[in-house]
Design a protein around this ligand. Structure first.
Ligand code: FVH
Length: 284
């Protein structure tokens, strides 16, 4: 069913959100600090708001997607939020989301925070995911309208949950990128084709290894790190060897060194017979 939705912040992501909502048949009101960024959307049927307050007044649901939470507060400063739901899709931290939720609820609004697990080009496409947390009632009211943007995943009433999960997923991604970059540098050090290595060997290997992670997660939840596969001591020796190989190949192992240091620390504390998931105890 068609809804009135306001989108405040028309950078790359806000524009993709507004375009997708328009294409899904919603009535979309748009506002951006630099007004010209609204022109193309207005040409496609969006209504231009002259101020953030005017945008919020035009729709029960106001999506804010700007640079950071400071900008969110600046944008919403003078708006009347009574009876409105603010969905903040700006990237931030759990503490910022909780503080923002308290402040906006204090002004009469409902608050939802969100984490977009997609680049702008993926919005509205299969594979895009948006994490939501905050007011359960507001999510229930607007879930159907938001569905065209991305698969929605509601995490709970605490507004900090969406950024927490968002940051955890980005952490996994950065770890994977770090591993990829080091592996590619090692292959390139011999002039070997990086693309072929990545497509035919690395990606299948990473898929196979990722399949073990739910079991590791269970071990972390139980705090039971007994293992029947390579223990920390074997990995400690393997990692030392890896780092020497990097040096011999003239490649900096910088992104691997923190892992090596944690392996050594854990083994030195007498946990060499345990499995890799036990390393989490050095991070807590
Ligand atoms: N782009 C992406 O791939 C990621 C995917 C995951 C989520 N992020 C987050 O989304 C937020 C916006 O990102 P963006 O890609 O749209 O960013 P820009 O294209 O640089 O647009 C920034 C907009 O923010 C407005 N803005 C900045 N400061 C203020 C302010 N003080 N008051 C009002 N608006 C402000 C800016 O306005 P203007 O410069 O056009 O006038 C743009 O509308 C971000 O949190 C990502 O981490 C995107």
């Amino acid at each position: 069913m068609s809804e009135n939705i306001a989108v405040l912040g028309l950078g790359l992501m806000g524009t993709a959100l507004a375009e997708t909502l328009l294409a899904a048949g919603h009535r979309v009101t748009v506002w951006n600090r630099s007004a010209a960024k609204a022109d193309a959307l207005v040409a496609k049927g969006a209504t231009r708001a002259a101020t953030p307050g005017e945008a919020v007044a035009a729709a029960p649901l106001a999506i804010v997607c700007v640079l950071d939470y400071q900008a969110v507060h600046e944008v919403l400063d003078g708006a009347d939020l009574a009876g409105r739901t603010v969905l903040n899709l700006t990237n931030g931290r759990p503490a910022e989301a909780r503080e923002t939720g308290e402040r906006l609820i204090g002004r009469g609004g409902d608050y939802l925070d969100g984490g977009i697990m997609a680049i702008p080009q993926m919005i509205g496409q299969p594979g895009a995911l948006i994490l939501y947390s905050g007011s359960r009632a507001a999510f229930a009211r607007h879930e159907a309208a938001l569905k065209p943007l991305a698969e929605p995943r509601y995490l709970g009433e605490d507004p900090g949950l969406a950024p927490l999960y968002d940051l955890a997923m980005l952490t996994g991604m950065y770890g994977q990128i770090a591993g990829f970059l080091e592996a590619a540098a090692l292959i390139a050090s011999e002039g070997r084709p990086v693309r072929e290595f990545t497509e035919t060997l690395l990606v299948p290997w990473l898929h196979a290894m990722a399949a073990a992670q739910p079991r590791w997660a269970e071990e972390i939840e139980k705090g039971d790190y007994a293992t029947e596969v390579s223990n920390l001591e074997v990995n400690r020796v393997g990692m030392a060897n890896l780092v020497i190989a990097f040096e011999e190949q003239g490649v900096k192992p910088d992104l691997l060194l923190p892992m090596k240091e944690i392996l050594e620390r854990r083994a030195a504390r007498g946990h060499g017979a345990e499995g890799l998931p036990g390393l989490i105890e050095e991070l807590r």
